[in-house]
Every structure is written in C-alpha cells, then in structure tokens.
Design a protein around this ligand. Sequence first.
Ligand code: GLN
Length: 345
Amino acid sequence: MSKRYCNYISNRVSPGFSLHSLSNHKKTHTSPILSPQYENNTDSLKNTFPDKYTISSLVHWASKLLQEHGIDSPSLDAEVILSHLLVCKRIDLYIHPDQPVEETVAMRYKKSIQRRSQRVPLQYITNHAEFMSLEFFVDERVLIPRPETELLVEAVIKKAQILTRENEIVIVDIGVGSGNIAVTLAKKIDNARIFAIDISPDALAVAKINAQRHDVFSKITFLCGDIFQPLEGCEIESKVNFIVSNPPYISSNEFHDLQKEVRDFEPYGALVSGQDGLQMFKRIIANTHTWLKPGGFVIFEAGEKQARKIAMLFDETRCFKKAAFIKDYQHISRIVIAQMEECRG
Ligand code: GLN
C-alpha cells in the first residue's frame, strides 16, 4: 500500500486515539490477525473469565483477550473500559488492584470487552470522546471526533478574533455530527450564532445532547436537511461569516480498505462522498455565494491530496481569493481556507 494511502487512512481512522492519548495510528490499515481459537468462539470467554472479580483479575483477563484479537493497545483499552464502568480514574486501578468488583459491573465489563474484541471503537463503548479539551457524548450515530478537526476550529476562532466590527458572528456548520465543531465554536466565540445542519436526524439528536452538556443550546439552531436546503427561510442570505465543514471525504473505493473499527461501525454517510471523495466539497462550494457575506470564509477539513483540488474548485467560481492551507502534524494539508472577495462581480 502506498505511503499516501496509509497516511490518508490513518488520519481518518484512529479509534482509541483521542481518549487518554491512545494511539492506533501505525497499524490502522492492517487487518486484525485473529487467533483462530477465539474467532467467533465465545466459549473461550467463559473458559478464561475469572471466578473472583477483582480489578487486577478482570484487567488481566481483558488485556489477554484483546491482545489475542489483535487490538493494538490491549491493556490500555482494558483499563479505560474498567475505569469507565467503575467511574474512576485509570490511575485508581493501579492503587487498588485487589479491590473486589461487583458482579453486575463484572458482567457489564465482560460484555464491553467482547464488543471491543469485535472492533467496536473504544469511544462508542465508553460514549466519550475528547475534543479541544471538552468531553463529547458519542455513539454509533455519529463520527468520532478526530484531533485534526481541532485545527479547523482553531482557524475559525483565529479569524473570528479579527472581525471586531461584527455584532454577531454567523457560522454555518454543514455535517454537524456529534456537534464537536459547532459546540466548541459556540463555547469559544462569545457572539457566535450558529446554524448546525445534518442530513441525519440521529446525528442531530447527539449534537443536541452535547450542546446541552456544554450549555450552548441557545446559541445553536439545529436543522435537518441536505447541505444549505434547511437554511431557506432563516433569512441569513449574504450574512454568513463562516461556512465550516468536515464533510465526508473518503472515496467509495477507499472505504473498503478502512480499518475495521471505522468501516464497520462509524456512519457510512459521514465518511464516504462519491467515487472521488470530493462530491460534498463540490456541492457545498457551488452554493456558498448565496449565503456567504462578501469577505466571509469557507473553512474545510480535507483528506490527503485533496486540498489543491479543492482550491481549484474555489478558483473556478471566481468569487474567492486564493485559498490557504493548514498542515496537520503529519505535514498533510488538512485545512482549506477560502475567503470570498469583498465585492463580487
Ligand atoms: N462535524 C463532525 C466532525 O467533524 C462530523 C463530521 C461528519 O459527519 N463528516 O467530526
């Protein structure tokens, strides 16, 4: 597999990476090599599950099982899941290794570890993902927030700081998912008014949970529909300061090579966008001029080798200045920033 392909995939797919600094990046494209005696064989669980439930006996059992199923960080995952169920810090497990664990918790732990061994992402098991140092509720209805997306949020915050003459900063987030972008921007930009759009009502339900959790519900209007369509009637034509999006950008061919955690558990519609992965960018760019205020910005997250193609799409509209890029920690141009000309035509 080419380097480009490995990097591209590992950036989109890293279950376990953001929670407690777990890192799966290196092996993300390899298939798990399941130990034959464990494959589809739940009996083996019964055989090894401890009779006495203590912190150390459970973690020991779980680490071994996860290792046998080819999980990259078996001990870490085993500990994170147990500390989640015991509502304690990971460090506490080390302090009280012999502490007995109630049977109901032990049974829930067994089930959670079985799910992880089947490659359910850690974040869906703990219903927790960290983004910009904020805690987000996540489950199978939404994409797990990725650290690269923090670069997008930081770029918006930086640009918003220079818009001192605006009473209100109007932001449209397309594909809100868990609400990581919209909620963080609502928290960090005092005068933000955000329109958060998703085609999935399930995703919007999760985003609302997170808006409530972070006390920014009143700053965000949640809208269900396709791209800009639900903005009709909101009376914000030519008033939007920022259109932001981390749209699906994986091509339908690449989807099959994704890490199992992503391919089998994260929402397809949040990942894949047509045969070239660029469909959503094209559709968004084609309609920005209706909504964006002259001088306003479109800020996208993009896949590897997509940034320049997206910049060309902006060029073709003749409504934007030359696009700028921000590189991620792997030196991939990850964020595309395009500013609309001050006066059009
Ligand atoms: N806005 C969410 C995120 O950045 C969801 C994006 C998506 O569903 N493609 O993670």
